[in-house]
Design a protein around this ligand. Structure first.
Ligand SMILES: Cc1cc2nc3c(=O)[nH]c(=O)nc-3n(C[C@H](O)[C@H](O)[C@H](O)COP(=O)(O)OP(=O)(O)OC[C@H]3O[C@@H](n4cnc5c(N)ncnc54)[C@H](O)[C@@H]3O)c2cc1C
Length: 148
C-alpha cells in the first residue's frame, strides 16, 4: 500500500466512546500518543522515522448486542426456517452474531457448500460466542446438520 518499498504503513486502533477524553484529543496529540506507544512497545526502532499520520474517528464502529437479543434472533430464525428454509444467513450482520473474521468467512464457505447441495449448520460456527482472545479453543470442525 506504499509506493516506496523501504517504508511501510502501520494502523493502530484505539477504542473509546464518542465524546470521551480520547475521542476529543487533537489529531496531533493522538499521533504523538501512537508514536510513543509504538516506540515504548519496541514495535518500531528508535532510528525509525515516522513520516506522516492520519486520524480517522469512526462513530458507532462497534455493534452492541443488547440484552435479550438472542431470544429475538431465535424468533427470526424459527420464522425463516418455515418460510425461507433455503435462505443462507452468513457473517457478522447477516446473523447478528458476535463473529470474528474467521467465523464470518467460515459461514460464507459453508453457505456456498450448502448451495451446492451440502448440509452444514451455519449456526454451529462460533457456538460458544466467546472472545477467542480469552480462551484456548480446539480447532473447529464444520458440523453437518443432524437429521432426526
Ligand atoms: C471495530 C471492530 C474491530 C474488529 N476487530 C476484529 C479483529 O481484530 N479480529 C477479527 O477477527 N474480527 C474483528 N472484528 C470483526 C470483523 O470485522 C467481522 O467479524 C467481519 O468483518 C464480518 O465480516 P462480514 O463479511 O460478515 O461483514 P462486513 O465485513 O461488515 O461486510 C459487510 C459488507 O456489506 C456491505 N453492505 C451492508 N449493507 C449493504 C447493502 N444493503 N447493499 C450492499 N452492501 C451492503 C457493507 O458495506 C460491508 O462492506 C472487528 C469488528 C469491528 C467493528
Amino acid at each position: 500500500m506504499v509506493p516506496d518499498p523501504s517504508t511501510t504503513c502501520l494502523g493502530m486502533e484505539y477504542f473509546c466512546f464518542e465524546g470521551d477524553g480520547l475521542w476529543n484529543q487533537s489529531d496531533d496529540a493522538l499521533l504523538a500518543l501512537a508514536e510513543s506507544e509504538l516506540r515504548s512497545m519496541k514495535l518500531i526502532k528508535q532510528e525509525h522515522l515516522i513520516m506522516d499520520g492520519q486520524v480517522v474517528r469512526v462513530p458507532k464502529a462497534y455493534p452492541v448486542y443488547d440484552e435479550g437479543y438472542q431470544e429475538r434472533i431465535a424468533t427470526i430464525r424459527h420464522e425463516l426456517a418455515h418460510i425461507a428454509h433455503n435462505l443462507q444467513l452468513v457473517g457478522r450482520n447477516g446473523m447478528h452474531r458476535y463473529n470474528n473474521q474467521d467465523h464470518a468467512m467460515m459461514t460464507g464457505f459453508l453457505a456456498a457448500r450448502n448451495l451446492l447441495g451440502g448440509d452444514y449448520n451455519l449456526w454451529a460456527v462460533n457456538t460458544d460466542a466467546e472472545y477467542l482472545e480469552h480462551t484456548q479453543q480446539e480447532r473447529w470442525v464444520p458440523q453437518k446438520v443432524v437429521k432426526a
